[in-house]
Write a protein that binds this ligand. Structure first.
Ligand code: DC
Length: 223
């Protein structure tokens, strides 16, 4: 069974998808981490984001693996065999991913990789185009949303905890910019699949949202 969760940055997708996967014993797949890992490699190799050909050829020689860290809810992100879980969360990467997320050739490669996980069995996969492009026939689809100010506030707190000095206004600006880029790209834009359940997490605790998702799955064959 495949469960998809799409939605904008800061809607709580990762936390919620991770907890849900844990509860129902499914594999959790964070597709944003895959885009981030490739972006990190491009930067490390000093390749210009305008050089699509070099980027595509680099992607074809890249191995990205998402490994479950036993005993924790964390997933290790391995880039060509090296753990890059921390490095891919750096603001430099967050701000650069859009460069490759808009490349149809790269999205095709990512979609192939992501479909590979579907063959492994039961998964919860989160991203932007999972219910629309990667698994249009998934058994259960969710679209998780929250208002931009609340998403910015959550992101601001995360950055503060990491000691990144940035003002709330700037985070609001970045969130709006990411929404615009995610929703307007021609290939694989962020949008709710017609058959996805829309969930607004604005005024709800994480545990409440997970419980809501579970009630939708409850009627199915999961539990
Ligand atoms: O979910 P995230 O913030 O870690 O995603 C990082 C970037 O990757 C984000 O800018 C959008 C892009 N992305 C995408 O285009 N398609 C996906 N399925 C997942 C992420």
């Amino acid at each position: 069974m495949i469960v998809t969760i799409d939605g904008p940055a800061g809607a709580g997708k990762s936390t919620i998808a991770k907890l849900l996967a844990e509860k129902i014993g499914f594999l959790y797949v964070d597709t944003g981490a895959m885009y981030r890992a490739l972006t990190l490699k491009i930067i490390r190799y000093g390749i210009a984001f305008s050089d699509t050909q070099a980027i595509v050829s680099l992607a074809k020689k890249t191995v990205i693996q998402l490994q479950k860290n036993d005993g924790t809810q964390q997933t290790k992100v391995m880039l060509d065999g090296n753990d890059v879980s921390e490095d891919i969360r750096h603001p430099e990467i967050t701000n650069a991913v859009f460069n490759i997320a808009g490349m149809p050739e790269i999205r095709r490669i990512m979609v192939q990789w992501q479909r590979g996980y579907g063959k492994a069995g039961n998964i919860v996969m989160e991203g932007r185009d999972i219910g629309t492009v990667v698994f249009p026939h998934a058994e259960k689809k969710f679209y998780l949303d929250a208002t931009p100010p609340v998403r910015a506030q959550r992101r601001f707190r995360e950055l503060e905890e990491k000691g990144v000095g940035i003002g709330l206004d700037e985070v609001v600006r970045q969130i709006k910019d990411r929404d615009y880029k995610d929703m307007t790209r021609t290939c694989g834009p962020l949008k709710k699949a017609d058959d996805a359940v829309y969930i607004d997490s604005t005024r709800r605790q994480i545990s409440e949202v997970v419980d809501t998702l579970l009630t939708y799955l409850d009627n199915e064959k999961v539990i």
